[in-house]
Design a protein around this ligand. Structure first.
Ligand code: FES
Ligand code: FES
Length: 175
């Protein structure tokens, strides 16, 4: 037994999960957080570390359709799940409806909270087509913005919902 650091005696774990539409497999330490794995092993630095204790929402990811704090989830809990991070929103360099709306409405200031805000908003809009301002505010209540741009952020999510439904209508017409 390693007396100085007994954790070093614990065996690594192999996990596999779907990450931004790709199947991945990785070796992790049993005590490693999802935040650490996503940033350090996959280079997904859009998953931000703010408080590290579940209070700021900067590390928000979407796991099986729900917004969760990456700093509070063990990497081992990702096994078999579907995980989305902000890096998965754009496609071939084109911003998705949420990213466009955040830019249009001035929902990005310093940008530190933005990835987490986007992921909480994505989880909401995947479940609810036209949320009210109150519903949006509730859904984003776990995401703090030091620049205090909350009004623009809520406006951006409303705008994103409109863009998303218009895109869906356009696709239906073109089928
Ligand atoms: S870093 Fe996870 S909630 Fe703040
Ligand atoms: S835009 Fe700066 S923390 Fe939110």
């Amino acid at each position: 037994m390693n007396q100085e650091n007994p954790q070093d005696e614990l065996a690594d774990l192999e996990i596999s999960f779907t990450l931004n539409d790709s199947q991945v497999r990785v070796s992790i330490k049993p005590w490693e957080t999802a935040l650490e794995t996503l940033r350090n092993k996959f280079g997904l630095t859009g998953v931000k570390e703010g408080c590290g204790i579940g209070e700021c929402g900067a590390c928000t990811i979407v796991m099986d359709g729900k917004a969760v704090n990456g700093c509070l989830i063990l990497a081992a809990q990702l096994d078999g799940r579907t995980v989305e991070t902000v890096e998965g929103l754009s496609s071939n360099g084109t911003m998705n409806y949420l990213q466009k709306a955040f830019l249009d409405k001035g929902g990005v200031q310093c940008g530190f909270c933005t990835p987490g805000m986007l992921m909480s908003a994505k989880a909401l809009l995947d479940e609810c087509d036209q949320p009210s301002k109150k519903v949006i505010t509730n859904a984003l209540s776990g995401n703090l913005c030091r620049c205090a741009g909350y009004v623009q952020i809520v406006d951006a999510v409303e705008e994103a919902a409109l863009i998303k439904s218009k895109d869906a209508e356009d696709q239906a017409v073109n089928r």
